[in-house]
Ligand binder design. Sequence first.
Ligand code: PTJ
Length: 253
Amino acid sequence: MTDIPQDHPRYESLLAREKVAAGVKMGITSIQGLIAQGRGESFDYLIGERSTESALYAERAAVAALLLAKNPVISVNGNVAALAPEKVVSLADITGAKIEVNLFHRTETRVHLIIEQLKANGASEVLGKNPDASLELSHARRLVESRGIYSADVVLVPLEDGDRCEKLVEMGKTVITIDLNPLSRTSGTATISIVDNLTRALQNMIKFGVEMKKERREELVKLITTYDNKEVLSEAISEIQEHLKTMAAEMEY
Ligand code: PTJ
């Protein structure tokens, strides 16, 4: 990895880019994952590289859903494994979620390497190596484990492609997504759409998880039942508009 100086004004963004590039070299991340990261970076610019109010609200609702779930599962792909494996493991520990590797560009070598990466970051068990169930999809993301994603009531699917998200919602599951693009099919079909950078979102969710574990169950239920995803997505788009208006007003050449 290139050594990025911590005082570089774009340190966080450059570090994330290095992590995804290192993931490709290690065989964890797909080459297509580089394009996904670039798409994400563009939206993060438009958002203002911050966790917006609507994102923080969705993150709290997502943590409530995970804490209330009977069988919560965090799905991990090659980008997530490269960018934030330690955060995935922490969030799983706090919420009692299982972790399952599920890949679009699936190879058994990548599944193995991602499981090893998660274990090196503290995971005790990672599902995904022995899929014994299938979602109604025509690509490799159909391959799931029966005690993991297949039977989960709540699934966190960061950096998703829309059709699995849609299928999981159709199966009656609560689907939480993390996607910087509020206009994507994924964001549009999820139950709880978190429009935030993966690294920031997971960090916030870990903090909320520690706090919300102490809250009464009724408080968590209230958060979920009053949550309106359409309103959150609409707010996310408005926050981008407001940010761009501010930027436009401040532009001086
Ligand atoms: O590891 P695999 O084989 O399962 O492949 C995974 C990728 C990511 C390549 C695959 O799921 C894919 O192609 O995803 P897409 O369709 O490019 O969608 C990724 C979405 O995530 C886009 O809407 C991006 O804006 C968004 N995104 C990318 N990086 C981040 C992000 N959102 C949050 N944080 C990021 N760091």
